[in-house]
Structure formats: C-alpha cells, structure tokens
Design a protein around this ligand. Sequence first.
Ligand code: G6P
Ligand code: MG
Length: 218
Amino acid sequence: TKKGFIFDLDGVIVDTAKYHFVAWKKLAKSIGIDFTEEQNEQLKGVSRVKSLEKILEWGQKNLSKEDFNHLMTQKNKDYLSYINQMDENEILPDVPKILNYLIEEKQGIALGSASKNAVAILERVKLIDKFQAIIDGNGVTKGKPNPEVFLKAKEKLNIKPEDCIVFEDAIAGIQAANSANMTTIGIGDKDILKEADYVFKDFTQISTEFINELIKKD
Ligand code: G6P
Ligand code: MG
C-alpha cells in the first residue's frame, strides 16, 4: 500500500536546531536568563511563542505584552540572519537519498513542522519540490505534542494515520505522532527519544531496505 511519510523540518531535514539554540540563548542572556542545552531540548518542536513563554517561566520573569512581542521579533530576526546564509550544504546527510527513494516508490511525502519559516527554508535548500503537502506553523493552531500538524498532513496526502510514518527529532513531535496513531521514527539520541517506535542517529543509518519494509507492511 501507499504510505505517507511525514517529515519534521528543523533537526530532521536541516540542522537549524543549532540556529534556534544560539538565537534563544542570546535572547535569554539579554534579559539575564541562563539557558541550557537541556532546556533547549524541551523547546524542540515547540512554537516560537510557546518557547519564549517557557524561557520566561524558567527564568521567572514577567514581561509586558509589548516587551514580549519585541523579543519575539528579535528572536526571528536573529534566526533569519542565519537562515539566509543557508544553502544545500546544510541538508542533513542522506536526506535527499531517502526523499528520492520515496519519490521513486511513489509514496506520499509531506512536511509537518511547527516553524513559520518552513517554506523559506525548504526553498533555500532547494527541497521544496519534493513535498506533496506542507503543513507548517502557519497552518496549525495547536502545537506539538498536539497531533494537529500530522493529522492535517495525512488529510492532505489522503492517507490513513496507521499508514503514516513520521520522522522527528523532538520529544514533543514523537508524542504528537504517537497520539495521531502513526509509526514514529526518532532521529537523534535513543535515550532522549524513548517513546519512538524506532530511533536512528541520522539518515545515514536508515537503509532503503528498511524503508521498503515500512512500505510493504500492511
Ligand atoms: C520547530 C523548532 C522549534 C521552533 C519552531 C518554530 O519546531 O524545532 O525550535 O521554535 O519550529 O519555528 P519558527 O521558525 O516559526 O520560529
Ligand atoms: Mg525538529
């Protein structure tokens, strides 16, 4: 049967997680908050607004609506300054190999990202044409771990949730896909992504044979 393969963007297709981290760290520092890698882990897959809310909560800071919005704008400006330098070299290893294989096998391919910058990033790295459906931060009201983004992606692909496979690097993303009743593949550390059905360090560890097994499964 035709399956739906849904990819998260940041940390799965491109290594933008590092840019989010430096931008958040800089922002936190500017308001006197210390921001650790462990905290950053918890922001993966989390929307921009929710991320800032969490950082302020951790730092026990209250901000006026105005200051909050100002920081949001600053964060994205800073982040975009890194994004605008990106090119195809920043695609994570073997991602194009897997995408091309799925296209050859006539599988459904969608993006399911919390980012409002997703289309701009996919255009920058020239992968936009590989996707039949793109659901990003502009198309959802509830962020991961809510399954909305993945449910919308499978609607667009017109494939049942049980026939969808989600690639995610974030704990919140794995939880979202699990609660959408999809097969989950964690990309990253298996000690962190414990809730995923499978975990691989990166796409170099995923063989086309493995993908084929997923396609053949009924
Ligand atoms: C992804 C990243 C998060 C980021 C979110 C929103 O899910 O993992 O770290 O906060 O997208 O991204 P945006 O580009 O809209 O700020
Ligand atoms: Mg991610």
